[in-house]
Design a protein around this ligand. Structure first.
Ligand code: SF4
Ligand code: SF4
Length: 125
């Protein structure tokens, strides 16, 4: 099993600010159950059709990244529906490393500031 080298609890949730987070039919059914809504209610409230996808998560304003997932808990900087989150979120970043987290750790160490938040990051690979 690949060793995980990132810690989402120490991250401001950069990946939750991605503009396109897809939601499958199964995802919306699970989220609806979690929130005691019908799938239709959940879809209308939390999803929209855009970027060529049938369902992506609606966003809201965010103090650090400008816009972020509608389900993001801005106070605790984590997912408010963690147990019911979409498959796309469960599968991310996938290979045991998170490029943003590597960058964040590097910057926090260099700036000697454990709370530093990088609002932009570009994968140079
Ligand atoms: S950007 Fe990386 S470390 Fe931060 S929440 Fe997402 S997966 Fe976790
Ligand atoms: S559903 Fe949760 S994990 Fe997925 S993008 Fe939104 S806040 Fe992040």
């Amino acid at each position: 099993m690949t060793k995980t080298t990132y810690d989402c609890s120490k991250c401001p949730g950069y990946c939750c600010a991605y503009p396109v987070i897809t939601v499958t039919k199964r995802d919306i059914e699970r989220i609806a159950r979690h929130l005691a809504l019908s799938p239709e209610q959940a879809e209308a409230k939390f999803c929209r059709k855009d970027h060529g996808y049938k369902r992506i998560i609606r966003r809201k304003t965010d103090e650090h990244f400008g816009r972020i997932c509608r389900f993001f808990d801005s106070g605790n900087r984590n997912c408010s529906i963690y147990k019911a989150r979409p498959a796309a979120c469960r599968n991310y970043p996938g290979e045991g490393r998170c490029g943003y987290y590597d960058f964040l750790t590097f910057e926090r160490s260099g700036q000697k500031d454990e709370d530093y938040i990088a609002t932009t990051w570009h994968n140079e690979d």
